[in-house]
Ligand binder design. Structure first.
Ligand code: ATP
Ligand code: MG
Length: 137
């Protein structure tokens, strides 16, 4: 079975939506195998999103991701990476399909409630960014 990294973003933790979002993962057959609530520093958020450093929205993204606590989780299941992306919906909530997390909860293209790894390589990197081997069973 595959694993992927999920982040419940500040707009969602602030509105107390963590449980509702986790329910959507579980209803889709994904299992939470690691979870913690942390408050990223701007440097940590910047390092996590380093691939977007040249994008015009990078500064806004780093400020947002370090503005409030987030919940970082490892999700496990068959095809977990793609399945998580399906449950999340499109980046822009206006384009997200019915029933997806971003359709139901996202505020905007920037404040879009969740992050999910987009490939096996990014999943491995992102899981290792937040969790040590001891925290993963
Ligand atoms: P994520 O990587 O968070 O799972 P994604 O893969 O759907 O989302 P990316 O293109 O990787 O989207 O962008 C990373 C994040 O940057 C988005 O989730 C969003 O929070 C923010 N972002 C992307 N495009 C914009 C934009 N045009 N304006 C503001 N913020 C944006
Ligand atoms: Mg992405």
């Amino acid at each position: 079975t595959e694993r992927t990294l999920s982040i419940i973003k500040p707009d969602a933790t602030k509105r107390n939506l963590t449980g509702k979002i986790v329910s959507k993962f579980e209803d889709a057959g994904l299992r939470v195998v690691a979870s913690k609530r942390i408050h990223l520093s701007p440097a940590q958020a910047g390092a996590f999103y380093a691939e977007h450093a040249e994008r015009p929205f990078y500064g806004e993204l780093v400020d947002f991701m370090s503005s409030q606590p987030v919940v970082v989780q490892v999700l496990e299941g068959e095809g977990a990476i793609l399945k998580n992306r399906e449950v999340m919906g499109a980046t822009d909530p206006a384009e997200a399909a019915a029933g997806t997390i971003r359709k139901d909860f996202a505020v905007s293209k920037g404040e879009n409630s969740v992050h999910g790894s987009d490939s096996p390589e990014s999943a491995a990197r992102e899981i290792a960014f937040f969790f040590s081997g001891l925290e993963l069973v």
